[in-house]
Design a protein. Sequence first.
Length: 374
Amino acid sequence: MTPPIGLAFIIDEVGRATAGTENQVLHMIQRLDPRLFRVHLIVLRPSPSLDPRRIPCPVKPLHVRRLLSLHGVRALFTLRSWLRANHISVVQTFFKDANVLGLLAAALAGVALRLSSRRSLPYEASGRDKLVYRIMDPFIHYYMVNGAGVRDHLIHMEGVAPERIRVFHNLVDPRIEAARDERDRRSGGERIVFLMVANLRPVKGHPFLIEAVARVRTRIPHARFVLVGGQSPADPDVHELVVKAGLAERFVFEGLQSEVRRFLDAADVGLLCSSSEGFSSTLLEYIAVGLPCIATDVGSNKEIVLQGKNGFLVPYGDSKALGEALVTLYDDVAMRREMGRRSRAHFEEKFLSTAQTEKLERFYCEEVAARTAG
């Protein structure tokens, strides 16, 4: 019997378990077949939120605070030796520092398949970041992206050859993926719940949503906007913006939540108003439970929200267009029902995690076999 392939996921740190990339890594570890893969998680920086009991694989912390330090150099060679000793054939990195230290160590260790994950558009990438990307490119066999928006950015903005890019969509929590939304959506004469699951950061566009709601408030009298997500003290106070707009009775702030299923079940429409997105897990969760969606036309959102079919796409910053989309779905219960049905059908056709996982497993196995033959 062929032994399992040694696979190491290397990540900068583990913040909240609900954070996007950390959550995706956890889903991958949980879903990969242990008969095929011997998975390890390597965490570069100290991570107080890391609970190894939640991770169904061995976890190796390196405690690297700064790459450009004596400790960073030692960690590089420690990791190289560890990769050799554990017969790791695949290294996949997440975030900037892992893309440096992890890929260098993998190259020095002779790891057969070296993969760099790029899961979001670099809306805040500095000149230094871009230089690092160029320097590390020769050490990378493939870029692993989660949507067409990120793929297109790599091709057109960073000059990566299309054949070096592989697209694997985000995985969805199995409890959400298994949902079948059979409920009739409530009529426009009752309260309509618009849900937005996104941390209260500037890039997520909460001020844009508030401006749009203010424009149409008299046309959607029974609409309520439920915001699920945490906020950093350094970011603008979204609560204050809501109060200043005179919309305090319309918005409900639920804060950071480890489980969002109950909010999805109570919602009528899913919202995402970001100025930049890679491939949104939030939108995937909306369509998995059969919600019609309103989202900004950025990144890979158009892969998930099909204009006029299961929702509406609006230009970021166009509060008139966003307001009209809110009014349209508020008023038309039949449209909400039909778009919700199409959302679930689109999810089942394109994004089921079982199919995504099988595709990923085939890729790992075929590439390792090809690179280790002979």
